[in-house]
Design a protein. Structure first.
Length: 475
């Protein structure tokens, strides 16, 4: 199935949980879409528990895929389809309803009629770290936005309360976490007034503000009693609590629940970076851009996707060490950060899509994108025959491309070769090895070697070719 940048799937609210919708959703999640929005139409005003079960059912399906996935309800964002543009729009509403009636499919989730209704409270609040925004956060934010009809205050943990967290070096900045939460909330329900508060104590603004409800998870529900005790001391009303469940960790690597700490660990493991190396990488980004959100959220998310083994932040970190000699270091570094931002091994247009992502960044930051886009595109062929470039820019292109290929002369070449095989695991051994030999032989014939040790690079490549050829003969 063709890869799309953004996919909008529209279906009826009462189709959630049917076999047909579940199959279609998983089908598209498996194609590594960059973004999928599931837009549920004909949304009724109903109990929050109904929405909670729907959200859990849908988001748990997306947990093991790299796709950015969000669920939107039409009643709470009536202008959504007029506001956002998608590459492909699919409306399965009537088709799924007809199929459901014909096959008499039974929903896998039960709609309960208990607890508070959506839109029942005027003003509410929630709180959390909201680090590396994950599906558990999205469910908490969604239910918080559904619970209120006017205002939501969101407490975001400040540095004072984060000192004992695991892998603090991988924590996103407060500004990045605020931006990610704000983006999601405005996408989900733009009519609600939002207020963000940096938490320097567990109660934050809820200890004296005008609120009616606190939305919390089972993990943090003890905070409700603590906050209400403070409010009683101040002569204020007690808050009603809406306590939601916890998303389980489907990977279950020692953690029962999905958490930001677990995600930080996954980022470290996937990218093979120590905390110090990650902080050095962040410092390199800050040397060319003051927009930390683009690094901490967008680039880190892309480079940490599960289909990657070699094309991770480790590759970016190693490349940055090889950029000595560039005339315009900012151009070389930005090209390095973005050149593999989009990477799906099954696709052949990754460079072009990485350019589109960079151009979006350039537009956000009001910088010219033409030269760096040219640099990124040249990683497709690794040739420097770009006659229209001025001499200094051409030299920088050579430095950049050499840095990209420096793994060929590295002592870690065998690890690199094994990681590439993992990225192309969708090929059977025989097909992969014959294809890989062809690529390596093309390397040997091309003019890509301006490395410090061309001899070492050619030796590494030849040894891999011989290993692959011996395997093919043996078969």
């Amino acid at each position: 199935m063709k890869h799309h940048e953004k996919l909008l799937i529209v279906c009826s609210f009462d189709s959630v949980g049917t076999q047909m919708l579940d199959q279609k959703l998983e089908e598209y999640l498996q194609t590594n879409q960059e973004e999928i929005i599931l837009y549920l139409k004909r949304t009724p005003i109903t109990h929050l528990k109904v929405y909670e079960r729907i959200l859990f059912h849908l988001y748990e399906k997306a947990q093991n895929y790299p796709t950015k996935f969000n669920v939107i309800f039409d009643l709470f964002n009536t202008q959504f389809k007029n506001t956002y543009q998608f590459t492909v729009n699919l409306d399965y509403g009537e088709e799924i309803n007809i199929q459901t009636k014909q096959n008499q499919q039974i929903q896998k989730i039960q709609f309960s009629q208990e607890g508070p209704l959506a839109n029942q409270f005027k003003r509410g609040a929630n709180g959390g770290t909201f680090d590396h925004l994950h599906i558990g956060h999205k469910i908490l934010l969604s239910l918080s936005l559904l619970a209120v009809n006017e205002h939501l205050t969101i407490g975001i943990t400040g540095e004072v309360l984060l000192q004992k967290k695991k892998l603090t070096g991988f924590l996103q900045s407060y500004e990045t976490r605020c931006k990610c939460v704000k983006e999601f909330c405005q996408l989900f329900r733009p009519d609600i007034e939002l207020n963000f508060s940096e938490l320097i104590d567990p109660a934050g603004p809820t200890k004296n503000g005008q609120f009616e409800v606190l939305i919390a998870t089972q993990e943090t529900q003890n905070s409700l009693d603590y906050i209400n005790n403070l409010r009683k001391e101040g002569g204020l009303n007690e808050l009603e609590g809406y306590i939601i469940g916890i998303i389980e960790n489907s990977n279950n690597q020692g953690d029962v629940k999905l958490s930001s700490s677990q995600i930080r660990g996954q980022i470290q493991e996937k990218n093979r970076l120590s905390e110090q190396e990650y902080l050095e990488l962040k410092s390199e980004w800050l040397s060319v851009s003051d927009n930390l959100y683009w690094f901490e959220s967008i680039l880190v998310d892309y480079y940490s996707q599960p289909q990657r083994y070699y094309h991770t932040l480790r590759h970016i970190y190693d490349m940055l060490q090889q950029l000595k000699g560039a005339k315009n270091m900012k151009n070389a570094k930005l090209a390095t950060f973005f050149h593999d931002a989009i990477y799906y091994p099954r696709n052949n247009d990754n460079e072009e899509k990485s350019i589109l992502l960079f151009q979006q960044y350039a537009k956000d930051c009001n910088i010219d994108s033409q030269l760096i886009s040219t640099f990124i595109l040249q990683t497709k062929s690794h040739q420097t025959d770009v006659s229209f470039l001025p001499e200094d820019d051409l030299q920088d292109l050579m430095v950049f491309l050499d840095a990209d290929m420096s793994i060929l002369e590295s002592d870690a070449y065998t690890v690199y070769a094994n990681d590439i095989r993992k990225e192309y695991s969708h090929f059977p051994d025989k097909d992969y090895k014959s294809g890989r030999i062809a690529v390596l032989q093309k390397f040997l014939k091309s003019k890509i070697f301006n490395l410090r040790s061309e001899e070492k690079a050619r030796k590494n490549i030849q040894e891999e070719i011989e290993m692959l050829q011996n395997w093919v003969v043996a078969q």
